[in-house]
Ligand binder design. Sequence first.
Ligand code: PHE
Ligand code: ZN
Length: 858
Amino acid sequence: MTDDLVRLEDYAPAAYTVTHTDLVFHLHPSATQVEARLQLVRQGSSDTMQFNGVGLTLKSIAVDGKPLAAEQYHYADDMLVVSGLPERCELHTVVTIDPSANTALEGLYMSNGMYCTQCEAEGFRRITFFPDRPDVLSRYTVTLWAEQAAYPLLLANGNLVAEGKEGTQHWAKWEDPYPKPSYLFAVVAGDLACLASSYTTAEGRDVALKIYAEERDLPKLEHAMASLKASMAWDEKVYGLSYDLDLYMVVAVSHFNLGAMENKGLNIFNTACVLAHQDTTTDQGFQRVEAVIGHEYFHNWSGNRVTCRDWFQLSLKEGFTVFREQRFCEDSNDAAVKRVEDVKLLKATQFPEDQGPLAHPVLPSSYRDIDNFYTATTYEKGAELVRMQWELLGEEAFLRGADLFFTRFDGQAVTVEDFIACMEEAGGRSLQQFKRWYTQAGTPHLTVTDSYAEGVYTLTVTQHTAPTPGQPHKAPYVIPLRMALLDGNGAPVALDEAGSEECVWEITEGTESRSWALAEKPTPSLLRRFSAPVALHYDYSVAQLVALVQNDTDGYVRWEAAQQLYHRAIVDNDTALVEPLVALAQQLLAEAKGQEALTALLLQLPSVNELGAALNPVDYHALHARRQALAAAMGKALVPAWQACVLPADKAAYAVDVARVGRRDLQRVALQYLTAAEAEGLDAQLQRLYEQADNMTERADALRLLWHQQGVGAEAMLAAAYTAALPEPLVMDMWFAVQATRPAADTVEQVAALLQHEQFEWTSPNRVRAVLGQFGQHNPVAFHREDGAGYALWCEGVARLDVLNPQMAARLLSAVMGIQRLPSPQRQLLVQHLEQLGQGKLSKQSRDVLTQLLAPAA
Ligand code: PHE
Ligand code: ZN
């Protein structure tokens, strides 16, 4: 087997750079012609240049107008090699490609009759020959030709500079004044409607904003537009960064492998991340649109103006941009609630990754397939690493560091190292040890003990990180531990002479202690705001945990304390906790007014996945049963209080604001408890909610609860929901997902039937995620069925998908990383099915994931 490992240490600049790229597309569904003129300039001493090219049919090739003879170039193994090139020259190629056959959704493809592109990370090479690497920055001119009737709209990056017509065809010429890497290239051609608006920058420049979607989705674009304007204003206010072109376009496409893509001036979005309307979108959906619109917009600086030197630096743009997106959403929603939601996501997705066979550093030193590095580690942990620098430097110095970074490296392709150097300079401090966070994989465990004697309180902290594949030994990290000490009344005590009630203890050693002179032994409030991505262990008493949930001023600490109580009650099966939990819930409900969203988070029992995330072995069936029992007990004990959270039918008009979303969140949690308690009349109540709701959030809640419980009228409600979903693909996705997530053994058979359903489409990533993705990731009870039927079905699905869309298949596969922690017989069964999958034909991406999953534990 050839070693196709790409190594960071092997980085070398390309032999030639491409100063200008001129492309002419003659769009045709099965035979699109792409003509490229690349202006090449030698960068070193070699006169041989490599151009990536995948699946291209080469029609002609010339240098400076002279066709190349067969011996002057070589195209094999996805690489075109041309030798004997002058110092400056023009490479002219003509290729044809087949967008209609492109089900992998990388490069140029068709979605619902329109053309669109996805080039990150390595899709541009499926369009034309090019040094398809992020450190080759080029100015692009793009001319698109297409049939005018079918494709009245022709879009590319930058500004429209000319257009015309010839017979039934028309053309448009676009020019992007900013040099960019090929992964930010985009074109779109189709028949789309547009919501247009404008934004005036802080410098007083008018920017046209255009969001494109199918005509029928036009009424669903207002929220995205408002979010875009809010993002633009936020980046100006906080980072002093304005938009730099006269036009910003967003296009909604129904077939898309991930969430959205930040192509310069022409973002392409999964419809799920841009369309929002109360009739079709849940509150969570609305929040996702705001977050993703912000994320892609913020990339215009963190990613586009300053880009990555190579794909090892992926987190330079993704970690930083997720952090920027998180802070934006904290500012526009409830900051504490948003922080808890982000931590929840990190713990549910990244912590397991860090513990399993796919663990990798945020800055990896090698990879086989870059597509497999679009992970929770690169994104969410990457964001936490940026956040820690913000914690260590403080907001003001951090923002100066960011400013330095954008000023110094504008128009360049740089490294994580460059980013940290700017933070060191602005902060006036070293971050050398801090860099270990980027190069070591694994979640540090922080064990905290304390003692109190003769008026002195001492905290001792020990950090330990378990080995990960390829990294047996870990050096200690710099850990910003934000903390407070609470007195018997739950009030913070002064930590120093200045009277500070909170501090950031910067831990650098394996073990460290710190002491305070105090009149009584306090309760430590640790890792406030989740100031570092670590697993914290401190042996709190139940009374202390209850007090933290009740009194702490830090939302994260309150939530974490509640989680610990639930874990003890469910995982340790400590039934003595039911009574204090009921009392706690009663009090939280009594005080919920004005803080419903946080209350909902505090009352929500951890999911079976969250409960099992750190267990070895993990018995999902037992966890599910005990979780249900606790929910039933807490539900039964407080029926009137839960009922009081159910909103009156004559509510004020629907709106997505902090207060109203919070009330619906709390209603959802209350209905979950009431359902678990099998409260009297609940089925009818859920039916009324479904029928009377004026929004998708409540309808989806009613449907999910009634269907998962198989309550009276569940079948009829599901049928009604199907009819309602027919004209709305995103609602249909939810209809599939509700069924794929019902926690019961026979869901396996139901999922098998769903895969045969006439509305199921293997070529639609959203639909596949709704069924196979939801089943594999959010239905541990059915997926881990003891006879292995869930695994068999799922593996067959992955194999089938892999032929069409390897990137999606590999992503689905990477979700089963908990393998080593499964009990018998599930573990052997899953391994067996995965091995069987490996015996068939598999894509490079899926093979890469499978090999890691099945590797013997390090
Ligand atoms: N760069 C995109 C984002 O995070 C993600 C993406 C990667 C989308 C690769 C498609 C393909 O904003
Ligand atoms: Zn991104």
